[in-house]
Write a protein that binds this ligand. Structure first.
Ligand code: SAM
Ligand code: SF4
Length: 331
């Protein structure tokens, strides 16, 4: 058994949201008042339930797992969870997406538990602006988290910057410089129209083409396309000629990248979401709690892949994804 969808795409990458709570409230991700009503404790899968689902996926050919949220570091016991899934045979890589606010405290434990790498969200290098974008974030803590992650040997670390016209587009060059200084790849992300929060910021959409032009002019040399692992999925990566520095661009809106989609998402409440930009999903929590066998769980996952849609419809109709929230889907 392996995971192939109706469009002959092989699914090898599972993104697992361990919580839909977050200590920040980025405008494109969460409404100001916070996410949908917080669930009761029992609505969330416990670590053993999450691990059981991940094991099934790995046995079906998934080689990479990314832990995300909400903010994964607000859930207690994350290193222990990583330790639990680390030995699964065939799982090559465990990655983390984080806002890094708490990374200074946890970097060493995460590395020792078996975390391979981390993507860190930083949308501004100016403390006041950072605080505004994240509605309360502390840039100093995040930069300390970056340094702790690098010192602990999380490798590679990548920075994710969501570029917003009139908000932080003046910092594209500064972010490239920070990436070069730290030896870290910077990935520029277009705002995606997901959930009320994402849709509300689409008037600040800043197209990838312009970002590329600005980066090129700033570094004053060519950007050489680099072919990464298939895991890179939607990110297009470039080496800055004459340096070891890289940049990446993720342009879900300007550029449909769905034909290369190799991933599905598991939410903290046990919903398997088959596409970031469509509603198709399958509930795994109920069968798990009703005692489904391992073999039947795997068959259910194989069958779920048949529901994976061909592509998202960000360009055609943003409103069909109004009720999904990025903070639950994990990015
Ligand atoms: N809290 C962690 C973080 O911020 O990295 C992990 C979860 S967050 C939902 C994952 C990624 O999704 C972040 O890089 C964030 O910038 C991105 N994201 C959230 N909402 C977005 C939107 N509407 N458009 C583009 N990217 C978005
Ligand atoms: Fe929190 Fe990450 Fe969403 Fe910002 S992008 S609100 S840090 S989950």
């Amino acid at each position: 058994m392996s995971l192939i969808d109706p469009f002959n795409r092989k699914i090898e990458y599972l993104r697992v949201s361990v919580t839909d709570k977050c200590n920040y409230r980025c405008g494109y991700c969460m409404p100001e008042q916070g996410a949908h009503p917080e669930g009761r404790h029992t609505e969330y899968l416990d670590y053993d339930e999450l691990a059981r689902i991940i094991k099934a996926f790995v046995e079906l050919g998934v080689t990479k797992v990314r832990i995300t949220g909400g903010e994964p570091l607000v859930r207690k016991g994350l290193p222990g969870f990583i330790e639990e899934i680390r030995p699964y045979e065939g799982l090559d890589e465990i990655a983390l997406s984080t806002n890094a606010h708490h990374l200074d405290k946890h970097a060493v434990a995460l590395k020792e538990a078996g975390l391979s790498r981390a993507n860190i969200s930083i949308d501004s290098l100016q403390a006041d602006k950072f605080n505004k974008i994240t509605r309360g974030g502390n840039l100093e803590k995040v930069l300390a988290g970056v340094d702790a992650g690098l010192a602990a040997g999380l490798n590679p670390i990548k920075f994710n910057m969501v570029v917003m016209k009139g908000t932080n587009d003046d910092e594209i060059e500064a972010m490239v410089d920070y990436g070069i200084e730290k030896g870290v790849e910077v990935r520029f992300i277009e705002t995606m129209p997901i959930g009320e929060a994402g849709i509300s910021l689409m008037d600040q959409h800043y197209p990838m083409e312009k970002i590329m032009k600005r980066v090129k002019a700033h570094v004053g040399t060519d950007l050489i396309p680099s072919t990464g692992k298939s895991h890179d999925g939607p990110s297009k990566n470039f080496l800055i000629k004459g340096t070891n520095a890289r940049i990446g661009v993720i342009s879900a809106v300007s550029d449909h990248f769905c034909e290369a989609c190799n991933r599905v998402r598991l939410t903290a409440r046990g919903v398997l979401a088959l596409c970031l930009g469509q509603e198709d999903s399958v509930d795994l929590r109920t069968p798990i709690r009703e005692g489904i066998s391992d073999e039947d769980l795997k068959q259910m996952i194989v069958d779920a892949m048949l529901k994976k849609p061909e592509k998202h419809f960000f360009n055609e109709n943003v409103h069909n994804i109004e009720f999904r929230q990025m903070v639950s889907l994990g990015g």
